[in-house]
Design a protein around this ligand. Structure first.
Ligand code: DHB
Ligand code: FE
Length: 280
């Protein structure tokens, strides 16, 4: 049977991808951030998953603002890096796992999560930067990817509680897939940041550290954070953190924190990374 063994949370700062693509990771500004990614890459190489479910958001690149799926799963063979206005990132094409993706979609829809299915979907920095963070710069991504895009950019976004419940449903779906596959789930985006308005540049270290702590210590508190609270305490883009709650929901009640890295600033955001492994 397929087995979901671990989760990884990471920010998706586009400038992190650009620093890698342009050979700037050893510059003084970037080096401390990238040094902190190394142990996570080592961990992922060791775990060597067959499939990674990447929970991420599109930034009006694959979908225009005229089309806003709340939750959409990619069930294609391949996903091309999106052109975000300066040409697609020159990173490997993302290979999907249509059979497991369709199994998850079927399970979710029949269990009251009305997912949208994508058979053709480009993937923007929301997905490719987390892959770069977790894998470095390989010739080909070392696992199949199931992209799960969440609307976090346009009101009304789903509540963190609903995201957590979706994670739980995904776990059941993965657990009922017959083939022996090692599966990891990424929750991406965040941490605190605001890219617009009077409070542009807002970063809240206290909020972020408490969020990282409570992924193991007090998930119930995280599930009570509502949209206004995210907005007030973590900036207008901090709500991306609801995607980490899908990752957390897919894991056991009890998880072990294997690694964390937190660095300020990375572009306009606080960049965070955490690895959580199931106890079982
Ligand atoms: C930045 C951060 C993001 O999460 C994003 O999607 C776009 C830009 C930034 O820090 O500049
Ligand atoms: Fe973003």
């Amino acid at each position: 049977m397929a087995k979901l063994i671990a989760g990884l949370g990471t920010s998706h700062v586009p400038a992190v991808g650009a620093a890698m693509d342009n050979g700037k990771t050893q510059e003084p500004y970037w080096k401390p951030l990238f040094d902190g990614y190394e142990p996570a890459r080592e961990w992922l190489r060791k775990v060597d998953p067959d499939v990674v479910i990447v929970v991420y958001n599109d930034h009006a690149n694959a979908f225009s603002i005229e089309l806003t799926p709340t939750f959409i799963i990619g069930a294609a063979d391949q996903f091309q890096p999106a052109d975000e206005g300066y040409g697609p990132r020159r990173v490997p094409v993302v290979h999907g796992h249509p059979d497991l993706a369709n199994h998850i979609i079927e399970h979710l829809v029949l269990n009251e999560f009305d997912m949208t299915t994508a058979l053709n979907m480009d993937v923007d920095h929301g997905l490719t930067v987390p892959l770069s963070v977790a894998c470095g710069q390989p010739e080909a991504w070392p696992f199949k990817v199931i992209p799960l895009a969440v609307n976090v950019i346009k009101y009304p976004q789903p509540h963190g509680r609903r995201c957590y419940a979706l994670g739980k449903a995904i776990r059941k779906a993965v657990d009922s897939y017959e083939e022996d596959l090692k599966v990891v789930i990424f929750g991406t985006g965040g941490m605190s940041h605001q890219l617009q308005g009077e409070r542009v540049g807002l970063i809240n270290k206290e909020f972020d550290i408490a969020f990282l702590d409570d992924l193991t210590a007090d998930v119930d508190r995280l599930l009570k954070i509502d949209h206004l609270e995210y907005m007030r305490d973590s900036g207008s883009e901090g709500i991306e953190l609801i995607m980490w709650l899908i990752m957390r929901g897919a894991l056991d009640e009890n998880v072990n924190e294997i690694y964390r890295h937190y660095h300020v600033p990375a572009s306009n955001t606080a960049a965070g990374l955490i690895i959580l492994e199931n106890e079982s």
